[in-house]
Design a protein around this ligand. Structure first.
Ligand code: NAD
Ligand code: DAU
Length: 345
């Protein structure tokens, strides 16, 4: 898709963590682009995340991606879709997978059907589906040489990952069967401003800010590949503008840390000792390790992370939570009782 032809993007889930960072990123990097932000303001959406956006280039619409009439109206007003809206938290999907299937599978299908209608009427529009590295399943700890590539078979292991894989597979099916212009990204764990305190880094940091311990699941040796959210946004933009239709692109920072290493880094930056770690019961089905091979992004689109250097990305993220206490306190309702997990010993 030609960059110059894009006037307006429909951004779904733009009141959430990554979606809102994408909106701010677009206003900085693409002054000519306008955005329509469709968000249901589920528990994870927050209008405060839109503070500071230039209202002449951004319009917020409260609504559900499963509402076909509304999606049809908004797709009619845009040139392309950046689809972030989702139920995004693994622990919630273990408690109840229903909202995950509804939003992540059925909601994605609604958008695809609307795009198919548009194509049949002669108005083909590109959609970027924001998938996740979790669709690949889990890697063993004793094979550090292994990473997920775009050819790694899909093997989701949590209800969240399965629902994202459902949306992901529907996208490739509509691209293949109907020739829809779909690109898909599969990114690793993000850190940065405005992430809900149900997720590991904001939970750990805000617990310490309140003098509470960090609840570390299992043995703490599970590994995640951390990427600053701005680097995710720059990758999404590169794929939207220059990715090949029907292709999948892995996004990652080559920044693997065990959860224990992550926690120790947070404790060091915030000036606390290991007595602030509380080992708790493990997450059911807890994926051991994620690691992304982003060679395709590097070689085909020339994308590289620029904000994910360690520990700088972690330090700047911690600083944001220190400086925005009113934001995270107003989001505390989103926690789902991680701290209520039983102590292991
Ligand atoms: P989030 O939970 O912070 O935000 C999700 C947003 O979607 C919220 O604003 C919510 O109100 C909205 N939403 C939920 N259901 C909706 C519906 N039915 N209709 C309209 N809006 C709805 O999530 P996030 O962490 O910002 O993740 C955004 C996307 O990126 C998701 O698709 C997620 O799977 C993917 N992803 C996240 C990460 C990560 O590390 N957070 C990494 C890779 C991929
Ligand atoms: O990999 C991409 C995925 O990253 C995204 O698709 C998901 O939307 C996003 O939530 C994230 O999933 P994770 O399950 O990896 O992230 P979470 O922040 O929930 O947990 C990170 C690690 O920390 C994981 O190994 C579980 C562990 N953890 C988490 C919490 C909330 C703990 O040890 N204690 C906790 O209290």
């Amino acid at each position: 898709m030609e960059e110059s032809l894009l006037q307006t993007y429909l951004v779904t889930g733009g009141a959430g963590f990554i979606g809102s960072n994408m909106l701010h990123f677009l206003q900085r990097e693409r002054p000519g682009v306008r955005t329509i932000n469709l968000d249901a303001l589920a528990y994870s959406g927050n209008l405060r995340n839109l503070d500071g956006l230039d209202g002449s280039r951004h319009r917020f619409v409260k609504g559900d991606i499963c509402d076909r009439a509304l999606v049809t109206e908004l797709v009619g007003q845009c040139d392309g879709v950046l689809h972030f809206a989702a139920e995004s938290h693994v622990d919630r999907s273990i408690q109840d997978s229903s909202p995950f299937i509804r939003t992540n599978v059925l909601g994605t299908q609604v958008i695809l059907d609307v795009l198919l209608d548009a194509k049949r009427s002669g108005a083909s529009k590109r959609m970027l589906y924001v998938s996740t590295d979790e669709v690949y399943g889990s890697l063993p700890l004793d094979r550090p040489d292994l990473k997920f590539t775009e050819r790694t078979p899909i093997d989701p292991r949590s209800p969240y990952a399965a629902s994202k894989a459902g949306g992901d597979l529907l996208c490739s099916a509509y691209a293949h069967t109907h020739g829809l212009d779909i690109v898909t990204t599969r990114c690793s764990n993000n850190l940065g401003p405005r992430q809900l305190t149900e997720k590991a880094i904001p939970l750990f940091v805000t617990n310490l800010l309140q003098g509470k311990q960090i609840p570390l699941y299992g043995d703490g040796l599970n590994v995640r590949d951390w990427l600053h959210v701005d680097d995710h946004c720059s990758a999404v933009l590169a794929v939207m503008e220059r990715g090949r239709a029907g292709e999948v692109y892995n996004i990652g920072g080559d920044n693997e840390r065990s959860n224990l290493e992550l926690v120790r880094a947070i404790l060091g930056i915030m000036g606390h000792g290991e007595s602030m770690i509380r080992y708790v019961e493990d997450r059911l089905g807890h994926d051991r390790r994620y690691a992304i091979d982003a060679t395709k992004m590097h070689e085909e689109l020339g994308w590289r992370p620029t904000r994910s250097a360690w520990p700088d990305a972690l330090e700047s993220t911690i600083r944001w939570y220190r400086e925005n206490e009113d934001w995270w306190r107003s989001n505390d309702h989103a926690k789902i009782g991680n701290s209520a997990r039983s102590k292991k010993g």
